[in-house]
Design a binder for this molecule. Structure first.
Ligand SMILES: Cc1cc2nc3c(=O)[nH]c(=O)nc-3n(C[C@H](O)[C@H](O)[C@H](O)COP(=O)(O)OP(=O)(O)OC[C@H]3O[C@@H](n4cnc5c(N)ncnc54)[C@H](O)[C@@H]3O)c2cc1C
Length: 359
């Protein structure tokens, strides 16, 4: 097999590296951060993420993950509560990403940290990767796993772009629930955080009133979310931010699905971006990493991988898009429906599990 280079050591890149290494390859895994960093993410792991992680040798309880058993949807004075139809977990990305990279190294991958790829060029089926320090790497196969960050030459186009924010909090009585709280411009997610406290995370369309202030100031972010629902107000009343300002990421292209002809194996957020809290991006990252690696080991091309993965995620992405639109436009109706017809809410939650199963 020709040498495989994986650009990006998030969940997608690490899953691909572990699978390729187990299959006898020695993938080169290039990660631009020298040490694992916080990422804007709700850190919710559904049943498909847990299954994929088990396949990759990651034991969630052993890493300290906390169970999430219930869901709350709230908008204004309306509120719906239901039990999740599957086991779910919360685990900080710092812990998860580090465990996955360690597993990749243990499996035999060649991990290089603090190495950013700036450009790629292909000639006659051979790839040259230029690194930020000017060095070159060569590969026969390239896996694009840069997640939220686009590599030059591989733009992701989407009709709408959002700004994502994350802020861990103390003093939030969230218990074992994930709360989806309507607010100006959309909704926020709140869930328990392993090690104590809760994780507040949201992604709102660029230009949402109050979003710029919320990205700078924890108090403004808490006020924005608390204003959207009575449940949000109650949950955030005694909240104490752990950080001086929220972590932010710009230009999140929700709904993006990669074309089938880019010449590289696109995985994770570079393959498809599902609306947060309506579906699990991490599960999709892991599942697409497994899918691409198995395709490479079987001698399949990038276009085959992209087409098959896209067919796998398309129906669930549609359901997630509908839930996302409904939460944006008629959040009160969604909260009421979730309370009155929890079976429907559980059905929708199941439809948007798009990780490894069946891929
Ligand atoms: C607001 C918000 C909330 C979310 N909440 C959840 C949630 O609760 N549960 C869930 O499952 N998903 C959630 N997601 C989605 C989830 O965060 C992503 O889907 C997931 O991180 C994708 O994994 P990835 O490996 O594709 O990319 P990433 O996790 O972004 O990893 C990409 C890696 O590539 C590296 N990299 C980037 N560019 C280069 C380069 N040029 N050279 C080398 N390395 C590079 C980066 O440093 C990074 O480590 C959320 C997303 C947002 C925006």
């Amino acid at each position: 097999m020709s040498p495989v280079a994986i650009i990006g050591g998030g969940p997608a890149g690490a899953a691909a590296a572990i699978t390729l290494a187990r299959g006898g390859a020695v993938p080169l895994l290039l990660e631009r951060d020298a040490t694992t960093r916080e990422k804007v993410c709700g850190e919710f792991l559904g049943t498909d993420a847990a299954e994929a992680l088990a396949t990759l040798g990651i034991d969630l309880p052993a890493l300290g993950a906390v169970p999430v058993r219930r869901a709350i949807f709230a908008a204004g004075r309306r509120e719906g509560r239901f039990d999740l139809p599957f086991p779910a977990w919360s685990l900080p990305r710092l812990v998860l990403d580090e465990a996955l990279l360690a597993a990749a190294v243990a499996a035999g991958a060649d991990l290089r940290r603090g190495v950013a790829v700036t450009t790629t060029a292909e000639e006659g089926g051979a790839w040259t990767l230029r690194l930020a320090d000017g060095q070159l790497e060569r590969a026969g196969t390239v896996v694009l796993a840069t997640g939220k960050h686009d590599l030059r030459g591989f733009p992701r186009r989407a009709a709408h772009r959002s700004i994502g924010l994350k802020l861990p909090l103390a003093g939030v009585p969230i218990g074992d629930a994930i709360a989806v709280l309507a607010c100006a411009g959309g909704y926020a997610g709140l869930q328990p955080r392993a090690g104590g406290g809760a994780n507040l995370c949201l992604a709102l369309p660029e230009g949402t009133p109050g979003l710029a202030a919320a990205a700078r100031d924890p108090a403004a972010l808490l006020a924005l979310v608390a204003a959207g629902s009575a449940a949000g107000r109650d949950l955030l009343r005694g909240a104490e931010p752990f950080w001086a300002r929220p972590l932010a990421v710009a230009a999140v292209p929700y709904g993006y699905r990669a074309p089938g002809d880019s010449g590289v194996f696109r995985i994770g957020d570079q393959a498809a971006v599902i609306p947060s809290l309506c579906g699990d991006g991490i599960a999709m990252a892991l599942g697409s990493g497994l899918h691409a690696a198995r395709a490479i080991l079987a001698g399949q091309g990038a276009a085959w991988h992209q087409g098959a993965w896209d067919r796998h995620v398309r129906p669930g992405m549609r359901v997630a898009g509908l839930v996302d639109a409904a939460m944006g436009r008629v959040p009160g109706a969604v909260a009421t429906l979730a309370g009155w017809l929890p079976g429907v809410a559980r059905w929708a939650a199941r439809q948007t599990r798009l990780g490894g199963a069946g891929a």
